[in-house]
Design a protein around this ligand. Sequence first.
Ligand code: ADP
Length: 488
Amino acid sequence: MRESIRILFLAAEADPFVKVGGLADVAGSLPVALQNLPIKAGRNSKLDVRLILPLHGSTKINRNDLLKIKNISILFGDVNIEVQFYKYLHWKIPVYFIESDLILNASTIYSNNPTNTDQQKYALFSIAILKILELQEWQPDILHANDWHTSLTLYCLRFLEYYRSKRIKTILTLHNLPYMGGDGKDILEKYHVVPPVITKLPSWAKTQFLPLGLDSADFIVPVSPSYAQEILTTEFGCGLETYLQSRKNSIYGILNGLDQTTFDPKKDPYLVDNFDASTIQRRKNNRRELQKNLGLPCESNIVMFGMVGRINWQKGIDIAIKAFDLIDIKNWQFVLLGSGEPNLESEALDLQERHPDNVRSVFRYDERLGRLIYGGADFFLMPSRYEPCGLAQMIAMRYGCVPIVRATGGLRDTIQDGKTGFLFNGISSEALLLTIERALAVFNHQQSWHKLIRTCMNQDFGWSVSAIKYRELYQQLLIKDFQIESTN
Ligand code: ADP
């Protein structure tokens, strides 16, 4: 057993520096949870975890707190791109940032379609990580990448002479399989990265960043046990199911955890009234604030549904919209907060125009409004077509907002039907409506309803169990003769 293991955690976003979605929640909390795991001498290794991020223009950081370490340049075609490497000293663990005009000046963290700009930006970040590591003293035993944005680091690791002797091991956590980065043939060529010759990947996948990362990773970690099974099927495998089946023994589903300090209704500064499982009657004050803020009738005798998340096909926004056109009850309100696909945003706005006293559709990133929805709405909807893990339903439960969700991926793994929420199968507004009816039967019976809210709030969604599972994987990787079940 190694006394200590050094891990470099690679991500495109991390809370509190920059956040678009759940990846930021995970990258901001898992490395800290790993670092703080209790250690039993002789039984577990101590983990030295560091985080590396791109320095986006919108990163919330005081630049005076950044310590400049190195400048390097990376060849793109026959042009050198300048890259700066910083260390940030004032967080719970050491954080490195990679800066370049390409990253700093991009207008969004992710574009809606992974265009050349995103590919060029994240390829630069991924390649720079390795180049920079060569130049510094601290060396990781394990590179832990996340999603397509950092997949190329794992792929490029195989080719760099410097790393051959170091035997660095790799993990790729898979938060969302369909987001593969798009065909990056041109970008790979310009960065002088050669696609694999021998691989079990289908030919179309050889120039996409995520498949290259999957093919290079020693372990692939989908973010829930159910999703780990689903990606092996035609329905969810996105054309990689046969490849993934061949890697079955290197795939381990581990459920994401939640930073329960950040998401704590008892202390949340964004709420107008804090509460815990014994004071759930206070939730109504958050609901009133929400209604006031959004210009909804300040009714108390209503049922309020909420949704917070990226507005796209995955999340089933269209299914919810159609359901509210068909809903057959009188006193209801629906608050949607998110941003994403323009056609779905416009459908959500049309819904609000058709039901001006019932619906508010808000298209922006707004942490405070999100917390008020979690802490004030009665039900949280996630009719997702697929959901690798989903954090929003866990946050909702912690805030006593009862989830109504499609039974898929992490939603299936975190919610018990009738006990901590309501699950439905099928992908239709009718199925959602039938489940809403089932949920309202409980809502209308106060004693059962309060019991349900309290059971939700008492669930433990922290990192304790999952962080231990990651540590077990790290330890397993570093057992001397561990061999990747390689496809090459
Ligand atoms: P995904 O990672 O697929 O985007 P998750 O449910 O795992 O979805 O995580 C989404 C996270 O981002 C949650 O913390 C959610 O509250 C937050 N979030 C998403 N969109 C918004 C928004 N527009 N305003 C505030 N918070 C948001």
